[in-house]
Each structure stands twice: as structure tokens, then as C-alpha cells.
Design a protein around this ligand. Structure first.
Ligand SMILES: [Zn+2]
Length: 802
């Protein structure tokens, strides 16, 4: 089988990718293992001392996923240690990993002393959470509020196994300790599951990659208990439907489903070893093995062909929807919730494994697409924080996690992503070397005594590949080079091997093949990039653009204010809110096919931009600039736009809607819509006393407690004589509450803002209340004063021209 080249043999030389990696390593170093271990200690009877635990998904008081992030953390540390050259940073990472593994070891050991019947259990929550997902009745007061306990435990097991496999040579002591914990835990899982009379119940609740991790534990140890335990988590009926090539995905939770197939494929891979197959599987099981591979293969095709956006990711509101309904999902459902980033992480794991079995280039093409346009796209390069959803429709921003108070699933897979950026860059089978990803890096192949250096320009996709000896005193063994010819590469792509053109040698599998590549050889790679219009399967005029490997995002150049607002949903998740004034269209004077030709032939590509590239489209009514989607982080953008012909009925309807939103915006002199106790409010010189902020249904608010107050000063310079309107956004849940407000320190004009239950409200209770004002001064000072009770919440203050 083909094997991925291990990351510690690859040195990343691309500055942008190194920057992403550095951000995540800083984030790892800012986190404290002790704080993650707090809940583990409590469960296992160890006094955590004066340590407190983390909040967000790691909390214990409300619905939570506690323990999950710690598993990702351990895994990411084990990868980061492989990737980092800096000795000081590496030592810090090692020390964090040691604290983590030792902490888990102690928790597990202590738990076994207190509960010998459950020896091996290592967790941030009580075992009762597992009873619950096995279908046992648990009294409300005994519940742990852990939504998906096996999912959380899988992360811990995966972290331990990664520590063992990544670091068994470099850090033998800590990695063997990690394996010990994993083995003890595997025995606990085995002992628990064999007592189950009905095991299907627990398969209904998300369990991450429990089958995959237990197969891996079996592969390492060849202990049959772990094989049995893994099989309990195989959802064979699901695999059978997929093996029959049925698209049964609609309505399924995407990130629950993808790892199941990784596990299925792992089973197949282990037993490609005939000896193991004969030893551990009966004849019936042996016959059925192919079904697991077929299921994973079909699943991949179904997801990639029928459920995947141009960036390589899938899902709406975390779920697969109807096949090929991408336009519908992004536009008619909540477009702020397309493309959960975890799904791409798991799809890439599946893809990598499928390539190692089949050698099929289509998997690598998908890998590159998703690596650039979902994974690299998920990090804010300034803060290092990462996305949950990635909106594909126009008018949204990316929303990033907060570092210490959220700990989403996608932040967990995110820290894994950014500590394995050279993974799957190269693959090897004996002396055959496959090049998958093209960015500057250096690869050492010890067994052939070779160094392969890839340097160049990813902006233009031109690279030089040079070969030298690793140890100049020893002979080197030549390799057979297989360079992936990307599916986006234009027909005038060319390859020179020691000055000789190699155009004809692209073999039928889509790889450029060079035999006997030896020290001193040089290969010049030039992939021709084209601009392509890609459309959604359910609406061919719902279009996105791709230049070479880069999916483009359009930013509106018109002076549209950026509001990075988000609204809460699910458990402590935040989603982007669409700005209705952001144009969602591409309007052209010509018909669709002529426009498509114009784009492909006449678009301007600017290589001197601050971004990798900037693309300007010819002959369109809107003012956009397009940059690589992965580089967008501060602006509102669109990946997909609704194409329309100027003057058409749809164009008129859409323009009217946009015009209404624009008029409101234009007549707004000042507004405060983000009560953040931070920049947004202090812009208006916030003063406050006994007052607080919060959020509700996508809006932030400020309120004052009993006898509290708050106030702002708005600048009206030049507009003070206008006939103005002051409007407040309120919510009818506050009915009966009231608040006094005063304009420019003039108590004679005090007004009462009261919330009544008789107002016409939107579906979640919001309505606007307006007051006429006629200020004579260049500044509008507004003070809010509560009386003997808590005030209503104010969600928006706007000063508008009448
Ligand atoms: Zn996620």
C-alpha cells in the first residue's frame, strides 16, 4: 500500500503556511493542561486544588462536551512536537504534553483504585453519562448533561494513540505511557460493551470515531478485545446501504456520519494483511470485508459529487440535506450555517486513506481543493482563531472562536489541522514518490539518502524541484517521481526535467512520471491557471469562481460598513448574520453563456495585490474585487452569487429589495448595534453604572439594573439641525419594564421608554420604537436611567433622518 510520508521528514518553507502553524502553536502554549484536567481529577477523586476548569464546551454546569477538547489538545501537541524546529518552543510543547499524559494516567489510576470494577475508565464525566446513551433511565438530578459522551471519549483515545504513534521514537517514555492509558481504557470499553444486551441504542448518539480509534488500538496491540470493541461501534446497516450506492444521507448529521466510514475503511485496511485476516476473522467476516471498502468509497463519491460546495466542504446546519441542493441550502435555509469545518477535517482523513488503497488521483485533487479552500480558509491570520461554519452565500462574514470560553468541536479539529499542515503533502510506495501538495518545502528521504526541495511561487503555480544527497559521503538511491497534474491545470501546463520538456509523459492516471530521479536533477513545474465559473447543481446561475486551485470570494467595494455580528445557536455556537445591503448578485448586460466567456477571457488578474491575487470581472454592474477565499477574514464576502441579466424581472425584484435596505442605511446618521462593553460602545463614550450587556437571538443588548444607568454621546456635526428620529430596538419579553431617557442633559424633556406586549413584533419578539428629536447641538448626549427595577434591554439605538 501507498503510505503518507511522515510529517517530521517535511520542512515547510512557505511563509504563509508557517504563519498559520505558528499561530496555532502559540494558542496551544496559551492553554493549561491543569485546567483541562480539573474535571478528570474531580471524577477520579483527586483534589484539583485551587485550579478551576475551562468554560464553554468544557464546562460542567450546563449542557457540555467536557473532555473533548483536551483530547484534541493532546493530539495537536503530539503533532506540533513533530513540526517544530525551535528548541525552546519544542520543549514547552513537550512539557505540556507530559503534564497532560501524566494527568490522565493519574486520573485513570486513581479511578481504578476507587472503582476497581471500572478500572481503565478515564473521563471528565461520570460513567452514568454512558448508561444514559445506552438507554438506561437516569433521574434528572443524576444526569451529567454530557450530550455525546462517546464522542468526547473518542477524542481522548485518539489523542493518546496519536501521542504513541507520532512520538514513539522521539519521546519513548511519554508515548508508551499514553499507550498504556489507551490499552487500559480499551479494556474498560470492551468489558462494558460485552455486557450490553442491546448495543444499537448507543449508535444513535454521535460517537465520533470510536470504531476507528479502537481498530487502531487493535492494529497496534493485536489484542482481540479491541477488535471486538471496535465492531460494537460499526454501524453495519449504514455501511450496507452505502455499499449498494444508495444516497441515504439526507437528514443525517454530517460530522457524526463521516468518521463512521473512516472506521469502516480502517477495518478493511488492517485486514488487507491476509495473515491477520485468517487469524482474527471467520470466513463470513472475510467475505464481507470488501463491503466496508465499497461503503467508504461510495460514501466519498456521494458526498463529494452530490453534497459538496466549491470549497470542498459540505452540510447545512451540520446536516447533509437533499442531494445536489446546494443553492437551496445556502439561500433558502440559513446560509450562515453551511460547511461545518470539522466535516472537511474528517473528509480529508477519509480521502487520505482512500488514496493509499487505490492510488486514484481524484482523491488528491479533492485533498488539495479542501486543504486550501476550507482548512487554510478557517483560520484568522491575525488572531489564530478558527471557524465553525463557513458561509458560502453572499453577505456573511466568517465567525471565529473565542480562545478560552468556547472550545467548539471545530476549534478542536482546527488545532489538529494547523499542526499537520505538511501531512499528505507526499506519499510513498517503495521507491515511488507521489507529490500531492504544491507549496515550498523540503523533504528528506533517509532510506534513499535524498533531499527533495520544492521552491517557487504558489501565486503563479510555478515551482522548481531540485534533488540532492542527504549525506554527501554515501551513495543515493534514485526514486520514481509521480507529480500530480492538478485537475485545474490548463492544457499549456509544462514540465521540464533537466531542461527537457516532458509533456507527453503524463500517464493515464494523471501523474507526471519521471523515472530514476537522482541527485543533481532539476524539474521545472509550470501549471497553467485559468479562471473558471462553477455553478450549483440545482441552479446553474448560482455561480462561484475558481482561479487555478483558489476558490475566489467577492468583496463589495462600495462603502458598505462592516459589522462582524453573529448570533448564538446550538450549544454556545455563534453564526454569522447576513447583511441585507450586501449585493448578492452578478449583473451582466449579455446572456449567461456570453458572460461566462467574457469572464474566462477578459477578467483582470492582479498579481501585485496585498492578497495572493486579485481578480476584477469585466462588464458587471456590481463593484466587487475577488481574492482567494482562504485569505478573506475581515470582510463580508460571497463565494456564490446569483447571476442575472440586467433589466430582467428577477434583477428588478432583487434591486428593489436591496434599495430598501440601502435607503435605511443611507438615512442612518449614527447607530449602535453592538453592545460589547468594548470598542463599539466606547466609540460613543460609554458611561455606565450598575448596568450590563448580553445577547439574545442574534442581537447584543445593554440594560440597567435597579437605579442603574448608562449613556452615550453621538456626533451629529453638520446634521444637528435636521429633523431627526431616534429609534430603539426592543423585545416584548421585557413587557412591563421601563426606562427613562434624557437628551442633552435636559430633564424637562425626559421620555419614558416602556415595553408593551401589544406591539407588532417579528417572529422572535423584536420591534422598533421611534421618537422625534430636534437637537440643536453638534453632539447628542443620551442618558438612560432605570427606576426601582431592572430596565428593559436595548438592542439597537439608531439616529435617522426622517
Ligand atoms: Zn465542528
Amino acid at each position: 500500500m501507498i503510505q503518507p510520508v511522515r510529517m517530521n521528514n517535511i520542512k515547510i518553507l512557505d511563509n504563509e503556511i508557517l504563519h498559520f502553524q505558528k499561530n496555532t502553536i502559540s494558542y496551544l502554549l496559551s492553554l493549561e493542561p491543569k485546567k483541562f484536567l480539573y474535571e478528570f481529577d474531580k471524577i477520579s477523586g483527586i483534589d484539583p486544588g485551587d485550579v478551576t476548569g475551562y468554560a464553554g464546551w468544557e464546562r460542567s454546569d450546563k449542557v457540555n462536551f467536557r473532555g473533548h477538547f483536551f483530547g484534541h489538545y493532546v493530539l495537536a501537541l503530539s503533532q506540533a512536537i513533530l513540526m517544530v524546529d525551535d528548541k525552546v518552543v519544542r520543549e514547552k510543547l513537550v512539557s505540556k504534553l507530559e503534564d497532560s499524559v501524566n494527568g490522565l494516567y493519574d486520573a485513570q489510576t486513581n479511578y481504578a483504585k476507587l472503582h476497581p470494577e471500572s478500572a481503565g475508565y478515564v473521563s471528565a464525566f461520570k460513567e452514568i453519562a454512558l448508561d444514559e446513551v445506552e438507554g438506561k433511565n437516569i433521574a434528572d438530578e443524576d444526569k451529567e448533561n454530557v450530550l455525546v459522551p462517546w464522542y468526547d471519549l473518542h477524542k481522548i483515545l485518539a489523542g493518546l494513540l496519536a501521542t504513541y504513534t507520532n512520538l514513539k521514537e522521539q519521546l519513548p517514555e511519554i508515548s508508551s505511557k499514553a499507550l498504556t492509558i489507551a490499552k487500559r481504557f480499551g479494556e474498560y470499553v470492551y468489558n462494558r460493551l460485552i455486557q450490553l444486551t442491546y448495543s444499537d441504542y448507543m449508535l444513535k448518539i454521535e460517537y465520533g470515531g470510536m470504531n476507528d480509534a479502537l481498530y487502531q488500538l487493535f492494529e497496534i496491540t493485536l489484542n482481540a478485545h479491541f477488535l471486538t470493541a471496535a465492531e460494537y461501534f460499526d454501524e453495519v446497516t449504514l455501511f450496507e446501504s452505502l455499499a449498494e450506492n444508495k444516497d441515504i444521507l439526507s437528514g443525517k448529521h454530517a460530522n457524526t456520519t463521516i468518521p463512521k466510514l473512516i472506521g469502516a475503511l480502517h477495518r478493511y485496511v488492517i485486514f488487507t494483511d491476509q495473515e491477520l485476516q485468517n487469524k482474527f476473522l471467520d470466513t463470513k467476516q472475510q467475505t464481507k470485508l470488501m463491503m466496508y471498502y465499497q461503503a467508504a468509497k461510495n460514501f466519498w463519491d456521494i458526498v463529494v459529487n452530490n453534497h459538496t460546495y466549491i470549497n470542498g466542504d459540505n452540510s447545512q446546519e451540520e446536516h447533509f440535506r437533499e442531494p445536489s441542493a446546494l443553492y437551496h441550502d445556502a439561500e433558502e435555509l440559513d446560509g450562515g450555517q453551511t460547511c461545518e469545518t470539522c466535516n472537511a477535517y474528517n473528509m480529508l482523513k477519509l480521502t487520505r486513506l482512500l488514496f493509499t488503497i487505490s492510488g486514484d488521483k481524484k482523491y488528491l485533487d479533492y485533498y488539495e481543493k479542501t486543504y486550501i479552500n476550507t482548512i487554510l480558509a478557517s483560520q484568522n491570520p491575525e488572531t489564530g482563531m478558527m471557524t465553525y461554519f463557513q458561509p458560502m452565500a453572499a453577505g456573511y462574514t466568517k465567525v471565529y472562536n473565542r480562545p478560552f470560553t468556547e472550545f467548539w468541536c471545530c476549534t478542536g479539529t482546527g488545532i489538529e489541522n494547523f499542526t499537520k499542515l505538511s501531512d499528505s503533502c507526499y506519499f510513498k510506495k517503495n521507491d515511488q514518490l507521489y507529490v500531492n501538495l504544491y507549496f515550498s518545502n523540503e523533504l528528506q528521504i533517509t532510506e534513499n539518502n535524498l533531499v527533495i526541495k520544492l521552491r517557487g511561487n504558489k501565486q503563479r503555480n510555478q515551482f522548481d524541484l531540485t534533488v540532492s544527497k542527504l549525506d554527501s559521503h554515501k551513495p543515493a538511491n534514485p526514486i520514481q517521481l509521480y507529480l500530480r497534474k492538478p485537475n485545474w491545470a490548463g492544457s499549456d501546463s509544462a514540465l521540464l526535467h533537466n531542461g527537457q520538456k516532458l509533456e507527453s509523459s503524463v500517464n493515464t492516471d494523471g501523474f507526471w512520471q519521471i523515472s530514476d530521479l537522482a541527485p543533481g536533477d532539476e524539474v521545472k513545474i509550470n501549471f497553467a491557471m485559468n479562471l473558471n465559473v462553477v455553478n450549483a447543481p440545482d441552479n446553474k446561475k448560482y455561480v462561484a469562481l475558481q482561479y487555478g486551485p483558489y476558490v475566489l470570494a467577492g468583496r463589495a467595494n462600495s462603502k458598505i460598513e462592516q459589522q462582524n455580528l453573529d448570533h448564538p445557536g446550538g450549544v454556545l455556537v455563534r453564526m454569522a448574520i447576513r447583511d441585507d445591503t450586501f449585493p448578492r448578485t452578478i449583473t451582466s448586460e449579455v446572456d449567461f453563456s456570453s458572460w461566462q466567456r467574457q469572464v474566462e477571457n477578459e477578467a483582470q488578474i492582479d498579481f501585485a495585490s496585498d492578497n495572493l491575487i486579485k481578480v476584477t470581472l469585466p462588464h458587471i454592474a456590481e463593484d466587487y474585487d475577488f481574492i482567494p477565499y482562504y485569505q478573506v477574514y475581515k470582510s463580508r464576502y460571497g463565494v456564490y452569487f446569483e447571476w442575472q441579466k440586467a433589466g430582467s424581472r428577477e434583477a428588478k425584484r432583487r434591486r428593489m429589495k436591496l434599495e430598501q435596505a440601502r435607503v435605511i442605511k443611507e438615512n442612518t446618521i449614527a447607530d449602535l448595534i453592538n453592545f460589547d462593553n468594548n470598542n463599539a460602545e466606547f466609540t460613543y463614550q460609554l458611561v455606565k453604572d450598575n448596568s450590563e450587556v448580553g445577547d439574545h437571538w442574534g442581537h447584543t443588548y445593554r440594560m440597567a439594573h435597579k437605579n442603574g444607568s448608562f449613556g452615550y454621546i453621538f456626533d451629529l456635526q453638520g446634521k444637528e439641525d435636521s429633523n431627526l428620529e431616534l429609534s430603539f430596538l426592543l423585545n416584548n419579553e421585557d413587557a412591563g419594564k421601563q426606562l427613562k431617557f434624557r437628551v442633552n442633559d435636559n430633564p424637562a424633556d425626559d421620555k419614558i421608554l416602556s415595553v408593551s406586549s401589544d406591539e407588532t413584533v417579528d417572529e422572535v419578539g423584536f420591534y422598533t420604537k421611534k421618537f422625534h428629536i430636534n437637537p440643536k447641538e453638534p453632539q447628542l448626549k443620551l442618558d438612560f436611567l432605570s427606576d426601582g427595577q431592572d430596565s428593559p434591554r436595548i438592542f439597537e439605538i439608531k439616529i435617522m433622518r426622517k
